[in-house]
Write a protein that binds this ligand. Structure first.
Ligand code: F58
Length: 798
């Protein structure tokens, strides 16, 4: 369907399509239909309108002989897709009208869709934003990942503690995917490698089948539609009839159950040997299936494999698909007979690697025992790649195979044409720290591509009040040219316009307050400042710095309850990894502090603390438009980029933050005067750690900090178990690796500056509006253009 026909979709057309799907796809009359049936029928009606453009995109890519981009990622945190589809096809008015006519509420239907949580956090959400931008820019591209039956766990609280329950998005019908039973590959594990007259032959002893499920991803205006292809693991032999006939029913079903384990859950706990093995299996499973699919498509168009690097760009989203290097070499050398060096050169010409972390514990490496057992041929190939690299670089001071480990970062780097970091600071630190040696040997390889977020989801769709005002003010060109938000700048000095801006924020806050009341029974005053920290729970992100400041603030309010305080509601949300005990303790501490503070009649109209359970994309879409203040307070040098920080700025919430990740670039763009900076720089952090007793010294120098820590230590927030948080206090007064205590005093100062600034409504609104007007650079369209030019050498076809 081209744009002209898209425009002609009327609400009547859509209503008829919904009714038709209700009857013919789901066998229901309107009287018998449940909410889920209506949601499915609407989704199918919307999906139908993507299909023509989908076919068209495929045709145009073949006709142009265009280079294709493949984005390999263990995670795609796509969230709900129905509103995305409706917004990008510009069917909002029609869908609303059609549903109203059918006696249904638009939002109720949209909210029936499960949130597809096929990712942990920023890395997975980035992949989802990239898919949307790739389609918006008309780049022939495909995402490859895993169709997890269970996404990230559901979080609830019991006595303030995090509880985990399985996520079950696929128990409801999934509207968006097309099963492709004909697109299946057999993937092997284990077994042995034999040398047959100089040719290495791998005979796996375990096999599973990867079956494709395709989801269309429409770009803005539906002009181009790409595919997200997720692999589901199935048994090659679905059912063991011999066992069944012997009466061994469990044994008969076992092959299928075992194979399906591979795509059963996102990130199984990898603290056990079994868990580790399963994760490596997942990585090889989806990467190998993707490469076979890529080569099959390439073979259907070309017959010279030397052309591969000019026709195919493969992006590895972190090291999780790093096995792509050795596997592509194996396919080209072992299976197609190319000389090893040539195979390696071709593979390297196609592959690129994005690094998302400098945290040593997060850099993947595999025990060579596990690796060699599961992938006996690949470990030989890794060694050969490593040897060749060592020979070509005699001054090299590292190996991919140190301490009986296979190091995936080094492997990915050596096998990549380009390696990128995700913010300017992070890329610089990559060059100086984790990849210092490799950067010296290959100084042209590392490039920076600062992250971005899609403005269609993170402004247009999640914040209709603000995006409506923006479009009324400067037209709708910003939606796919976000830098034109700068046209708002002249308006920030117009008091009348500022009132409209402030009214949009205020309505968003009232809506959030009403939702919190209905869903969680929480009462908050929308006139208070909404101070929001939402992200994964991690020590380096320092949610505990935020709660410490809340405690100190509460104590100060209690000292002088009648002084002028700027009322605040501190809102937290985020999940901790199930095995990350300290992060889970921080959650419990925040919940315990929340119970005490919110019950304090003397202070609760000035300061409240709320921890909302089960943070996910949908909750982010609710919170970000309603935020006044964005908390981006990681220890400098630890947050690779952040993307939530960009979403807040875009939605008119100034940042209180450190010079970390993309905060640095946000501050440069929005202006230092519109950003509340505090804390040590990455260099100062390194120096501070060298100071003997740094935490104790910081506490000694700041009575507020000492008093807040003492309140926790004394059991004020855990009277039934006074020692509950002793280890947290000990950590913050002792080792304090993430320098919470050392940064506290300056954080306190910056927070009081925020209080003063917020009290001046006119100047606060101006600051908030300037954040929106100056955040156009943080569109993922800009990021993808960077990848196209610097990494992929690919072009858009629209
Ligand atoms: C995040 N990484 C970075 N990793 O922390 C964040 O700064 C950055 O903005 C974002 O990537 C996108 O570049 C991240 O989300 C993970 O979720 C890991 C996945 C594998 C298991 C450990 C967490």
């Amino acid at each position: 369907m081209n744009i002209a026909t898209l425009r002609t979709v009327s609400s009547d057309n859509l209503r008829d399509a919904i009714l038709s799907h209700l009857a013919y796809s789901f066998g229901k009359t309107p009287e018998a239909a449940h909410l889920e049936d209506w949601r499915m029928a609407l989704s199918y009606a919307v999906r139908d309108r993507m299909v023509e453009a989908w076919f068209d995109a495929t045709r145009r890519t073949y006709d142009a002989g265009a280079k294709r981009v493949y984005y390999l990622s263990m995670e795609f945190l796509i969230g709900r897709l129905l509103e995305d589809g409706i917004v990008n096809l510009r069917l909002v008015d029609q869908a609303r009208a059609a549903l109203t006519e059918l006696g249904l509420d638009y939002h109720t239907v949209l909210e029936n869709e499960p949130d597809a949580a096929l990712g942990n956090g920023g890395l997975g959400r980035l992949a989802a934003c990239f898919l949307e931008s790739l389609s918006t820019l008309g780049v022939p591209a495909m995402g490859y990942g895993i169709r997890y039956e269970h996404g990230l766990f559901r979080q609830s609280f019991a006595d303030g503690r995090q509880m985990e329950a399985p996520e079950t998005w696929l128990l409801q019908r999934h509207a968006w995917e097309f099963e492709r039973p004909e697109t299946r590959y057999t993937i092997g594990f284990g077994g042995e490698v034999r040398d047959e007259a100089g040719r290495m032959v791998w005979t796996p002893d375990e096999q599973v089948c990867a079956e494709a499920f395709d989801t269309p991803i429409a770009g803005w205006k539906g002009r181009w539609v790409n595919t997200l292809r997720l692999w589901s693991a199935q048994s090659v032999r679905p059912f063991d009839l011999d066992s069944f006939n012997r009466g061994d029913f469990e044994g008969a079903a076992q092959p299928e159950a075992l194979a399906r384990t591979i795509s059963r859950v996102l990130y199984p706990d990898d603290t056990t040997e079994q868990g580790k093995k399963l994760r490596l299996k997942q990585e090889f499973f989806f990467t190998a299936a993707a490469l076979r699919d890529i080569l099959r498509r390439f073979d259907s168009e070309y017959n010279d494999v030397a052309l591969l690097p000019s026709k195919v760009a493969i992006q590895l989203n972190d090291t999780h698909p790093a096995i792509a290097g050795p596997e592509l070499v194996r396919l080209l050398h072992d299976e197609r007979g190319l000389p090893f060096e040539e195979a390696q050169k071709i593979a390297q010409g196609c592959l690129n690697y994005t690094n998302h972390t400098l945290l040593p514990e997060a850099l993947e490496s595999w025990n060579e025992g596990i690796f060699g057992q599961l992938l006996p041929r690949h470990i030989q190939i890794v060694d050969r790649i490593d040897d060749a690299h060592a020979k070509a670089n005699p001054s090299r001071g590292f190996s991919m195979r140190a301490n009986h480990q296979v190091r995936m970062g080094e492997l990915s780097f050596v096998m990549a044409n380009r390696v990128n970091g995700v913010s300017a600071l992070h890329t610089g630190l990559m060059k100086e720290t984790v990849f210092k040696e490799l950067h010296r040997l290959h100084p042209e390889r590392i490039v920076n591509e600062t992250n971005g977020v899609t403005p269609r989801r993170w402004l247009l769709s999640c914040n209709p009040r603000l995006s409506g005002l923006v479009s009324e003010t400067i037209g709708s060109g910003w939606i796919d040219d976000l830098e034109s938000l700068s046209d708002l700048e002249p308006h920030v000095d117009d008091a009348g316009w500022r009132d409209l801006f402030a009214a949009a924020k205020r309505s968003n806050k009232s809506e959030l307050a009403a939702w919190m009341s209905d869903t969680h029974g929480l009462r908050v005053d929308p006139a208070a400042m909404f101070d929001v920290q939402i992200k994964r729970m991690h020590e380096y992100k320092r949610q505990h710095l935020n709660i410490l400041e809340a405690i100190a603030h509460w104590q100060e309010i209690k000292d002088a309850p009648n002084a002028e305080w700027t009322p605040r509601v501190k809102i937290f949300a985020g999940k901790a990894a199930p095995g990350y005990v300290f992060a889970k303790d921080i959650i419990r501490l925040i919940n315990d502090v929340s119970s005490v503070l919110n019950a304090d009649a003397e202070t609760c109209d000035k300061l409240q603390v709320i921890f909302l359970p089960n943070y996910n994309v949908t909750l982010a879409e609710r919170l970000i438009p309603a935020a006044d203040l964005s908390e981006q307070i990681s220890t400098a040098g630890k947050e690779a980029s952040g993307t939530g920080n960009m979403k807040f700025a875009m939605n008119g919430a100034p940042t209180i933050g450190t010079l970390d990740g993309a905060n640095v670039e946000i501050r440069e763009r929005v202006g230092a005067e519109n950003f509340f900076l505090f804390g040590m720089t990455a260099e100062e952090v390194v120096a501070r750690r060298e100071v003997e007793g740094h935490a104790a010294k910081a506490i000694e120098a700041d009575p507020r900090l000492a008093r807040a820590l003492e309140a926790i230590r004394s059991g004020m927030f855990s009277p039934d178990e006074p020692d509950r948080y002793r280890h947290i206090v000990e950590n913050l007064s002792g080792h304090d690796y993430f320098l919470v205590s050392s940064d506290f005093t300056d954080y306190w100062r910056a927070q009081r500056e925020v209080d003063r600034a917020y009290a001046d409504a006119a100047s606060w609104t101006r600051m908030a509006a300037l954040n929106t007007a100056r955040s156009g650079w943080f569109s993922s369209d800009r990021t993808i253009r960077g990848y196209m030019a610097d990494i992929w050498d690919a072009k858009g076809l629209i």
